[in-house]
Each structure stands twice: as C-alpha cells, then as structure tokens.
Design a protein around this ligand. Structure first.
Ligand code: CTP
Ligand code: ZN
Length: 163
C-alpha cells in the first residue's frame, strides 16, 4: 500500500478551502441545500452595505449529501434571527468565530412560537389590517400556522419576514 500522495492531499485541501475561513463573525453551517439565499434574506443581507459574506451552495457534507453554508464577517446573530433560521434550516449549526477559532457552536432550536418577525400572507387576517396586533405563528413539525387566522405556511417562509 502506498502513502497518499501530495497530489491527493492537495485535492482534499482544495475541497476544504472552497469557502475560506473567517476572522471574526458567524458561520451558519449545515444549512439545508438550496436555502443559503433565504438565510441571507433572514439576516437582511443583500451586500449593499459592504458586508463581507461568503456562501457555499450544494457543497459536499459528511452529515448530509450536500449542504449550504453562509459565513458572515463581523456579525453575530440575534435570538429572533436564529428563531427564523430554525424554520428554514432546522439542522443548522451557528458557529461564532473569534480570531479564526470557533469559540461557540450551537444547533438552532425550533421555538414553539415566532412573534413579531413574520407577516401573515392572508389579506383578511387581523394582523394584515391596520390594527396594533403583533403577528404570531405557531411552529408545527413541517409548517407554521398563524395564531389569528389559522393560515398554514409550508414554503417560502423567508418571504414573510418583516421588512
Ligand atoms: N470556520 C470558518 N472560519 C473559521 C473557523 C471555522 O469558516 N475561522 C467554519 C468551518 O469551515 C466549518 C464551520 O466553521 O464549516 C465549523 O467549524 P469547525 O467546528 O471547526 O468544523 P467541524 O468540526 O467540521 O464542524 P461540525 O462538527 O459542526 O460539522
Ligand atoms: Zn393570519
């Protein structure tokens, strides 16, 4: 049996460095394939403010066949942002990086309720009227449900995020 050649190692390294490491900030890892752009939408990031962001889509993962990954330099996430992330990326891990090291790693947790961050798409819902009512969604296994009108939403949850 021969030792792995440098060439093989070089190839492995290239795979690992597909999205480069960050200095200080947050790595949202193990995001469900195809959800990276929705993660950016939830974080309100569109690049217009000069944020330093790297994303990988459909990159190889050992945990699942493929994953997305989002790395944001100089930013930590709020509890509300993590709650909404959990709805579209239930297996995600949130890694806080300081001076190139992962100093904290948390799995997202699905909250029972998401309040005041999403808008109900039902135009006749009381929360759509000009009333002082705080939006509230119950989190189900594979969907969310408006606590006021019962509308169930399974897809495109990111598009309901309050601007
Ligand atoms: N990472 C990064 N920049 C750093 C440190 C880590 O972008 N300075 C990224 C890694 O590339 C990885 C994620 O943050 O995608 C988590 O890093 P780490 O905990 O070192 O990796 P794993 O042990 O593979 O994580 P897990 O077990 O959660 O898959
Ligand atoms: Zn509603």
């Amino acid at each position: 049996m021969s030792e792995p050649t440098n060439e093989t190692n070089g190839t492995d390294l290239d795979h690992e460095l597909r999205v480069s490491k960050i200095h200080n900030g947050t790595v949202i890892d193990h995001v469900r394939s195809g959800q990276a752009l929705n993660v950016l939408a939830i974080l309100g990031i569109d690049g217009s403010e000069g944020e330093e962001v790297s994303i990988g889509m459909n990159v190889p993962s050992d945990r699942h066949a493929k994953k997305d990954i989002v790395k944001v330099e100089g930013r930590e996430l709020s509890a509300d942002e993590v709650d909404v992330l959990s709805l579209i990326a239930p297996e995600a891990t949130i890694n806080i990086v300081r001076e190139y090291n992962v100093v904290e790693k948390n799995r997202v947790e699905r909250p029972e309720l998401v309040e005041d961050v999403l808008s109900c798409p039902n135009e006749s819902c009381i929360t759509s009227a000009n009333e002082p009512v705080t939006s509230r969604f119950e989190v189900l296994e594979d969907a969310i449900r408006c606590a006021y009108c019962g509308t169930i939403i399974r897809e495109d949850i990111a598009s309901l995020i309050d601007a």
